[in-house]
Design a protein around this ligand. Sequence first.
Ligand SMILES: Nc1ncnc2c1ncn2[C@@H]1O[C@H](COP(=O)(O)OP(=O)(O)OP(=O)(O)O)[C@@H](O)[C@H]1O
Length: 390
Amino acid sequence: MDDHELVADHFAGVKVRWVASKIANPTQPGLYHPAQPERRFYRLTFHKRHRQLITDEYLPHVVRVGKEIRTRNRQRKLFTNSPNYKWPTYKHTMWSHINFEHPATFETMGLDPAKKKDIIDDLVTFTESREFYSRIGKAWKRGYLLYGPPGTGKSTMIAAMANLLNYDVYDLELTAVKDNTELRKLLIETTSKSIIVIEDIDCSLDLTGQRKKNQKWLSDEERDGGSSRVTLSGLLNFIDGLWSACGGERLIVFTTNYVEKLDPALIRRGRMDKHIELSYCSFEAFKVLARNYLKLDEEEGDDHPMFATVERLMKEMKITPADVAENLMPKSPLDDADTCLSRLILAMEEAKEAAEMEREVAAARKLVEEKEKKVVGMVNGSPENGVAPH
Ligand SMILES: Nc1ncnc2c1ncn2[C@@H]1O[C@H](COP(=O)(O)OP(=O)(O)OP(=O)(O)O)[C@@H](O)[C@H]1O
């Protein structure tokens, strides 16, 4: 608002007026706090019979909406933990950050529409559930496990989540964390309305259930790998611990290409509440990508003459959304929708042929191995392995 500008507002049928004003600042400048030459304020006027309504309801409403607008407009950040990070002129923090400006959204993601809606509903419900979590006595946080082969959109989905909810992202590099104490400190430094991400959790630590089962007699530190400084129990505490509830409204996201390798304790419901499989591209997901990449409109995007071939090929072979996206990307200003779709079809046909060839080679190799086994069995005279010589 400009100086002396008047803005009218209505609340519950009552009209109020705001005026931006200023007065000279009577405070003397101090050594460390030079006084501002003027004090700025807003004058609110309304009929005195509405005083109760204004103080009890209108002003809290203004503060709440103001906070929401500030949150919506704030520059979001992508934090990473770096062991060597130093900030010589400002307070030392364990996280370094840059502005988060990833353009991915759920709209641009190639994903089955029903699955997409389910995930969006889940996220939005979470953000609106402060009172619910408080009522049931649980910390206001939710764990997501994103799993699937490389190039199926796990990282892209994290960016889409952050953009949907307007959250900051803390990309936690577990291998750079010294020990469980440092992990705890890192967590404490994260703020509300954020997503804490541990990518490729299976590569970050030795967290397999198998090892745990075989080494029951060892201490946690030993069991979780003497060489790895953050332990499985440290990580579980990171998710469940008392201090993990400080601040609230946080998502914890793990990604992995090998869900079967993970310790069941780590991904049980309550820790990783929602397990989302991101898999090879379906025809429905392809149509979303085609519409975005080739600028096809809704109608054309469902009815392009080349789509039938793509649909048939997708039933016969597997292709990741990353590969579909790469082939649909125009490579020159002259590339139109037909050129890009032809390139995708060619790539799919070649990949299908290569997969068939691989299968044939594997089958032939198996046959040879079986024959070799039989011959060895005959030579050794073992009846299970072959025909015993007379
Ligand atoms: N479902 C998708 N929708 C739209 N684009 C996608 C999708 N999946 C992958 N891509 C594209 O492929 C690229 C790689 O995807 P991304 O890094 O999200 O995959 P990932 O599953 O995290 O892979 P990795 O397991 O190797 O980390 C992205 O830059 C994105 O453009």
